[in-house]
Design a protein around this ligand. Structure first.
Ligand code: NAP
Ligand code: SF4
Length: 674
């Protein structure tokens, strides 16, 4: 008997029977553009082996102008078809199924050749698009249908037509981007003509059997977005035109509402799929912030959907379904929705990977082979770097002892989990603890390790982390100065606070200080109010016309930095704007270009500019130091003095801008070599 009877039950789409109801959602990994198709095949085959019911590839361009960026991968030639065949054969050899997503970016294409229904530039691209004429529209439809035919020739079990997220087909649907007055614009019937025609032509090109997924935008989250009646009308028309299943899309890329970040409530948009399901006769797939088998199972059991799409969770753990089916759900490495190694990489032109699983997209290069000679390995520090080293080394057959002076594992991850909106970090610490336990690692907690304790080990790994940096601001007696550690551990803080340092931790601390009561991440209704999300059956595009209604801040907070630039500029590429917007909504006063003069019981005295002649008082009850960290190297220095060879990783190695992504990656790579 399984805990996930719905998730693990088969489903037939068109003529294809899938072994379960999990869909690995489309993600652009950048692997195709490396030209190493063996690597692409290994990435997808690992997920097929791990039990994915149906894999959808990253978006493939139907033609050059539709590519997300110049040189984006597609299926343009026989050589491309042969490359893609390597992928489909590898997936089929593992008993999986795979569909190719056809993604025409329209005005989102990062290219001067981009095309769109109307010549309206998107706010997230520097390139104004060219308005297509009748002939141009026909050329795009034909290209999409041809790409679908080639996909099936390459062995794909079907295609997904990307109709959401504000891409080309979505751009025809709404007046926000479609100002045409011909048969492709004006009335809704005209505006939906293109997506429906695309589906009809793709189905005609494919014949009856291959799966045709249409990804439909259920809530646009942009001004003048679709109404619910329009969404339903499109869903019915697309079904009629030959789609075999509808996948859910949430929000356009230009929307100013987070849709997949870690602060978005789990399954926070599944109610929309649930509402669509009774309107159509074909299966529907739900999506967004679903990262655990129990959440997927609940949604299916409640009838919210017929299948569940998870994308990033398949980066975090390639064996998601195999572990769920084998009673090992706790061993599934959780996607914490941080975007740090996946979307942030994609949008910086780097290869995708995963913070919790550095092997993602590096399957052929980072390989954990059995150790030739099992060694005794000591790892000091049970933060992310130390835990990852221990788990990978033990998995390779080494005998590992993991020490920490604290009486629990997790290190700084335990602090992150205290931040409202970062609740997923609890799951990450739990996963590490489960894996440490399952790997037979000897845990020595509550032990301050001395150099003598490390005698007799073949390998010593120092992962002692960081200590908070003292910014050296003069402090008068009677002032209240706290570190971020005090605050995140729950120290009492007065109603007016200045935060010194506006890095990732300064932002986290500010978010903690302004939040009162239940975290909106744990209450979808509250979260929607905070971000101004309404129901698309009430307001066009699901945007509350009155805008966001943030709850009042719990405190008055100043967030400061010395650099004369906008605070938060160096936060994650895809998430920084969310943190900045959250704090702005809570009226946090963010300032750059600040000199810290002194701290007194009255507050923090600051000045601006090199002259430092005009000093002003920020009247606050407490100053919280978030001024970065220094490596904790006491033990490492002692080992060096004694000439004892050791490896130093994570924050103990380099503290500057250290984060868990770098720590875990460095740890995994070291442990793979030990
Ligand atoms: P950080 O990002 O390096 O920021 C340190 C802050 O302290 C900066 O704002 C810096 O700005 C200030 N600072 C540095 N030296 C100072 C000094 N001597 N006196 C006063 N201010 C000083 O470090 P962090 O905030 O501690 O974060 C550590 C790591 O964890 C970072 O890599 C961060 O990205 C990561 N993290 C990430 C997230 C996330 O959401 N992805 C969240 C939390 C932490 P000025 O020099 O301009 O004053
Ligand atoms: Fe999830 Fe973060 Fe990994 Fe991306 S990097 S897959 S968001 S855990």
């Amino acid at each position: 008997m399984t805990d996930y009877p719905h998730l693990l039950s088969p489903i037939t789409l068109a003529g294809v029977t899938l072994r379960n109801r999990s869909l690995m959602g489309s993600m652009h990994t950048g692997l195709e553009e490396t030209g190493d198709w063996g690597r692409v095949a290994a990435f997808y085959a690992a997920r097929a082996k791990g039990g994915a019911g149906l894999i959808v590839t990253g978006g493939m361009a139907p033609n050059r102008e539709g590519g997300v960026f110049p040189g984006a991968a597609g299926l343009f030639s026989d050589k491309d078809t042969a490359n893609h065949r390597r992928v489909t054969e590898a997936v089929h050899a593992e008993g999986g199924h795979i569909a190719m997503q056809i993604l025409h970016a329209g005005r989102y294409a990062y290219s001067k050749d981009c095309v769109a229904p109307s010549a309206l530039k998107s706010p997230i691209s520097p390139f104004p698009p060219r308005e297509l004429d009748e002939e141009g529209i026909e050329a795009q439809i034909a290209a999409i249908a041809t790409a679908a035919t080639r996909a099936v020739e390459a062995g794909y079990d079907g295609v997904e037509v990307m109709g959401s997220e504000g891409y080309f087909l979505n751009q025809f649907l709404v007046t926000h981007t479609n100002r045409r007055t011909d048969r492709w614009g004006g009335s809704y019937e005209n505006r939906m003509r293109l997506p429906v025609e695309v589906v009809r032509r793709v189905r005609a090109a494919l014949g009856a059997r291959p799966v045709l997924i249409y990804r439909i935008s259920l809530i646009d989250l942009v001004p003048d977005g679709s109404t619910w009646d329009e969404v339903v009308a499109l869903a019915k028309a697309v079904e009629e035109a030959g789609a075999s299943v509808l996948n859910t899309g949430i929000g356009w890329h230009e929307a100013r509402v987070p849709t997949i970040a870690t602060s978005v409530p789990r399954a926070g948009f599944a109610h929309l799929t649930a509402r669509l399901r009774p309107e159509v006769g074909i299966p529907v797939i739900t999506s967004n912030r679903i990262n655990a088998p129990d959440v997927a199972e609940r949604l299916l059991a409640e009838g919210a959907a017929d299948m569940v799409s998870m994308a990033r969770p398949w980066l975090a753990d390639a064996d998601f379904i195999v572990k769920a089916a084998g009673g090992r759900a706790k061993e599934i490495a959780p996607c914490i929705a941080c975007n740090q190694a996946c979307l942030d990489h994609t949008f910086s032109g780097k290869l995708t990977s995963c913070l919790v699983n550095p092997r993602a997209c590096h399957e052929t290069e980072l390989v954990y082979t059995a150790a030739d000679v099992p060694k005794q390995v000591a790892v000091v520090g049970a933060g992310p770097a130390g835990m990852m080293t221990a788990i990978v080394a033990a998995g390779r057959g080494h005998k590992v002892t993991l020490f920490d002076k604290a009486d629990q594992v997790g290190g700084q991850l335990n602090l992150a989990s205290q931040v409202p909106g970062k609740e997923e970090f609890h799951g990450l610490v739990d996963w590490f603890a489960t894996m440490l336990n399952a790997s037979g690692i000897a845990l020595r907690l509550g032990q301050q390790v001395q150099a003598d304790d490390l005698a007799g080990f073949d390998e010593v790994v120092i992962a002692t982390g960081v200590t908070p940096r003292d910014p050296g601001i003069p402090v008068e007696a009677g002032s209240t100065v706290l570190s971020y550690i005090d605050v995140l551990r729950g120290a009492p803080v007065g109603p007016r606070v200045a935060v010194v340092g506006a890095g990732g931790i300064g932002f986290d601390v500010a978010e903690t200080l302004v939040q009162d009561g239940v975290s909106p991440t744990l209450d979808a209704g509250l979260w929607r109010e905070e971000w101004g999300v309404s129901a698309p059956w009430e307001d066009r595009g699901g945007l509350d016309p009155e805008g966001p209604k943030p709850h009042p801040p719990a405190r008055q907070v100043h967030l400061l930095q010395r650099k004369a630039e906008k605070p938060g500029r160096h936060l994650g590429k895809t998430t920084g704007w969310i943190h900045r917007a959250s704090l702005a909504m809570k009226r946090v006063r963010m300032q750059g270009g600040v000199n810290y003069e002194r701290i007194t019981p009255e507050g923090l005295w600051i000045s601006h500019g090199p002259a430092r002649d005009q000093v002003e008082l920020l009247a606050v009850d407490a100053v919280v130091l978030c001024s970065g960290q220094e490596p904790e190297r006491g033990l490492s220095a002692e080992l060096e003095r004694r000439g004892i060879r050791h490896h130093r990783i994570g924050g103990a190695d380099v503290a500057a801008e250290l984060d868990a992504k770098r720590a875990i990656d460095q740890a995994a790579r070291l442990a793979a070599r030990l």
